[in-house]
Structures are given as structure tokens and as C-alpha cells.
Design a protein around this ligand. Structure first.
Ligand code: ZN
Ligand code: MN
Length: 478
């Protein structure tokens, strides 16, 4: 018999906010354990939560990017469960009126395009982190992550393969990074994925027994886990190797196997009820329209515009739309210099090299687009040589400098002073009579030694073609 796989995803994404969801503690990743904690996020009695408006802004932004309906009155609820990393013994989340509902995300795989329906996006707080210390055989709890704001994006069970899941996750990541909702870094845990999976005979409309794998945090692990689970389910159905039960399973990526963790809770187990401490959030037209106005162009719209209107090649356009920071810098620089190809080259090769050297990701680019455009103008006007432009770029990368002023100050302006060039050439010729003789004897390469010497003496501030012509002239006159 042939089977089809039915997969729904719950994706948790940490929001790019400065502070936590209900208090003013820092929401940043890292720091000493229990440094970002106050009585409110530690769940001390009598402390009241206050909603961080920025969280609602980003929740709405995410909803709009995924074509959702935004609930104009959105409320918070308590989800009760006990675990040592949850100081209140309940999570404040959204159940009855989540910020966004009924969206769609278009994905593309080898089988073509497909719409994945979004059931809802809700805002909630993260839990703390348990740290196991094998040395003392104890478990410690770090509350830094407690109350860090999350959105959870719940899809309908519209996905049917690992390939589709990967395409969906990559699409979410691209859209939400573009809208600056989150950096969506799976390896740092700012994007985590729960996979709900079942299989059924092809064409059947009845759902099979569903299992859930929680907190998957790498694309490759997700792919392997899905393939393993599908095979396990089919084996159980066909050969009766085990009895399938609805449960939560843990994926062990090293062993390449999933293990039963606990029976799947149902919504009833969590005793959801409205959190009386958090007031309903009412989104008026002004707020709604304000967020709508900040939405970025979708990456594929930008890509098409870069190719059709600015004349970029597909490769360059693809590289740029990988990152919003690159797109912003590209567009600012283009506005200044009007040379799309040059800007793309500087970003894709030189800036990328600088980022790699500093072990920074593309989103960490802080280069001012305006300054990059000005630097390119200096190069195309012949005022600064290309090698020197690279040196200036490396400085611009760290500091906000004016490239023209910097080039002037550091002696990087190309000299049109032929008297000076002639003097440097004369010195080079005098210092290396062998190179002169070799060149005149037919060894073309001998000129390079002289050329290099002159360029070095001129600090690269000379048009190479001019220097070459003047040099050949001078050597021939010897
Ligand atoms: Zn706090
Ligand atoms: Mn959740």
C-alpha cells in the first residue's frame, strides 16, 4: 500500500526586542546566568506583568507578513503546567484570541508551488533553562530566558514531506528576517520547531495516529527525524512492529532515532483560562495602519525589481535578497551612485569577505549605504584607485567615516601630477638597470618589477593605465 504523510508545524520564534515580554529585563541572548532577572519574571508573589508594546508590534508584523487576519482585541491566557524552569507554574500565552489567525504561506519545492495555511500566531513567554551539572550531579536553573518574548506560528497539517517542511521553514525565516521580527537563528535557539506527524493510506481522508517531536533546532535534524518517523509509522501499521500511540517523542540526532518522552497532553490538561493580570490589548486603526506602513517589500519582489529595473544578474540579486541588511545598504548606495552592478560587487565580494573575517553574519552589516555609494563615486570618477578603495572600505566597515575626507586625509587621492609620476619613474629606472635592459631585450615581464616599484612609491594613487604608458615611454627612451 502507498502512504501519505501529514505534517503540521508549531514554530517558536524569539522576537527581536530589547526587553522581555512583561518586564524591563534584557531579552538578549547570553550573559551570566540569572543576570537578566527581576521579581516579575522570577514569578515572585504580587508582581504584575505589563505588556511590552514592541512584542505586539512584532506579533502584528509577523501576522501581516503571513497574510493573517489581525485580531483587533487580543488577550492573554494562563497555560498551567509544572516544571522547574517555569517559576509561575503557568505560562502566559494566548489561547482564546491570539494576535493573528487564518494566514497562508506560499512555498516552492521540486513539485511546484503550494500554499500552507496558518492556523494562528500567538504571543507568549519563553521558559527558563535547566543546566545539568554532571560534576556535582545537580540540576540548576537559569531564568535569563524566562519571559523572553516568543511568537508561536501554528500551521494547519498541510505539509507532506521533509522537503516541504524545509521549504516552509526557510520561507518563514526569510520573511520574518526581512521584516526584522527575529534573526531566526536555529543554532542559537531563536527559531525552534515542533513537528506533528502522522501517516495514512494514500487518498484516505481519515488522519492517522499523530506523534509530536519537540524543539527541533536544525534543518538537517528535522529532515532526518521526519524520514525516521515516517518509516517507523509505516512499519508499525504494515508489520505491527509496535502499537502507535499519540505521544511526544524526543529526537536523538546522534543515534538517529526518536524515543517516547511522555503521553501527549491535550488542551484540557493545561486548564487554559484568561490571565486576569494582563489587560486585553486593543489595536486601533492608527496602530494597525502604522505597522502596515512598515512592512518591507517581499524578497522575491525586490529580486524581480533588481533584475528587471536595475539590470542585476540573477546571481547578484539572489545574494542580495538573502539579507535585509544587504538590501537596505544596496538601495541606499544605489541612490547615491546609480551604479547597481558596482554596489552589488562591493557588497557580495568585499563586504562578504570582511564579514567572514570578523565571523559576523550578513545581518550584522552596519555599513552606511550612503558612504558606500560615495566611495563608488570616487572610484568611478578615477579619484581613488580600486585597491585603495578596498582599504577605505575596510575602515568604513568599522567606523562611520566620510570616504572623500578620509581619502584626502590619508593620501588616497589619485594624483594627476605627471611631474611627480615622472620623477618616481626616473628613480625606479635608475635603481634597476637590469629590468630596463631585460625589457628592451624583449622580456615583457621585466616591466612588472618597475611598475610595482612605482605604484608602491605612489601609494597606489595613480591610474594604472596612465602609469603603464608613461613607464613604457620612459624605458624606451633609455
Ligand atoms: Zn524581569
Ligand atoms: Mn508555545
Amino acid at each position: 500500500m502507498k502512504y501519505e504523510t501529514v505534517i503540521g508545524l508549531e514554530v517558536h520564534i524569539e522576537l527581536a526586542t530589547e526587553s522581555k515580554i512583561f518586564c524591563s529585563c534584557s531579552a538578549k541572548f547570553g550573559g551570566e546566568q540569572n543576570d537578566h532577572v527581576c521579581p516579575a519574571c522570577a514569578g515572585m508573589p504580587g508582581m504584575l506583568p505589563i505588556v511590552n508594546k514592541r512584542v505586539v508590534d512584532l506579533g502584528m508584523t509577523a501576522g501581516m507578513m503571513l497574510n493573517c487576519h489581525i485580531n483587533r482585541t487580543t488577550t492573554f491566557d494562563k497555560k498551567s503546567y509544572y516544571y522547574p524552569d517555569l517559576p509561575n507554574a503557568y505560562q502566559t500565552t494566548q489561547w482564546f484570541a491570539p494576535v493573528a489567525v487564518n494566514g497562508t504561506v506560499e512555498i516552492e519545492t521540486s513539485k511546484g508551488k503550494k500554499n500552507v495555511r496558518i492556523k494562528q500566531i500567538h504571543m507568549e513567554e519563553d521558559a527558563g533553562k535547566l543546566v545539568h551539572d554532571d560534576w556535582t550531579n545537580t540540576t540548576l536553573v537559569d531564568f535569563n530566558r524566562t519571559s523572553v518574548p516568543l511568537i508561536e506560528i501554528v500551521s494547519q497539517p498541510d505539509l507532506s514531506s521533509a522537503e516541504e517542511v524545509v521549504a516552509y521553514l526557510e520561507r518563514l525565516r526569510s520573511l520574518l528576517r526581512f521584516a526584522k521580527v527575529s534573526d531566526c537563528r536555529m543554532e542559537q535557539g531563536s527559531m525552534r520547531c515542533d513537528v506533528n506527524l502522522s501517516v495514512r493510506p494514500e487518498g484516505s481522508d481519515k488522519l492517522g495516529i499523530r506523534t509530536e517531536m519537540k524543539n527541533m533546532n536544525s534543518i538537517s535534524a528535522i529532515t532526518r527525524a521526519i524520514e525516521y518517523e515516517v518509516a517507523r509509522h509505516i512499519d508499525a501499521i504494515e508489520n505491527g512492529t509496535e502499537e502507535l500511540v499519540q505521544e511526544t517523542r524526543r529526537w536523538d540526532d546522534v543515534k538517529g532515532k526518536s524515543y517516547a518522552m511522555r503521553n501527549k497532553e491535550t488542551a484540557g490538561d493545561y486548564r487554559y483560562f484568561p490571565d486576569p493580570n494582563v489587560m486585553p490589548v486593543v489595536i486601533d486603526d492608527e496602530w494597525y495602519d502604522g505597522i502596515k506602513a512598515t512592512l518591507p517589500e517581499f524578497p522575491e519582489v525586490k529580486r524581480a525589481r533588481y533584475i528587471d529595473q536595475l539590470g542585476l544578474g540573477e546571481y547578484d540579486a539572489d545574494q542580495l535578497v538573502e539579507s535585509r541588511a544587504f538590501c537596505d545598504c544596496f538601495e541606499e548606495a544605489y541612490a547615491v551612485c546609480g551604479n547597481a552592478k558596482e554596489v552589488a560587487n562591493y557588497l557580495i565580494s568585499d563586504c562578504m569577505n570582511l564579514l567572514n573575517k570578523k565571523q559576523m553574519t550578513v545581518d550584522m552589516l552596519t555599513l552606511e549605504g550612503k558612504s558606500l555609494g560615495e566611495l563608488i563615486n570616487l572610484v568611478t570618477e578615477g579619484k581613488v584607485s580600486r585597491p585603495n578603495a578596498k582599504k577605505i572600505l575596510a575602515v568604513m566597515f568599522e567606523n562611520d567615516i566620510n570616504p572623500a575626507e578620509y581619502a584626502e586625509k590619508e593620501g588616497f587621492i589619485v594624483s594627476n601630477d605627471t611631474g611627480k609620476i615622472e620623477k618616481v619613474i626616473a628613480e625606479a629606472i635608475a635603481s634597476d638597470p637590469k629590468a630596463v635592459a631585460d625589457f628592451k631585450g624583449g622580456k615583457e615581464k621585466a616591466l612588472m618589477a618597475l611598475f610595482g616599484k612605482c605604484m608602491k612609491e605612489l601609494k597606489g594613487n595613480c591610474d594604472p593605465q596612465t602609469l603603464r604608458e608613461m613607464l613604457i615611454d620612459a624605458v624606451n627612451k633609455q
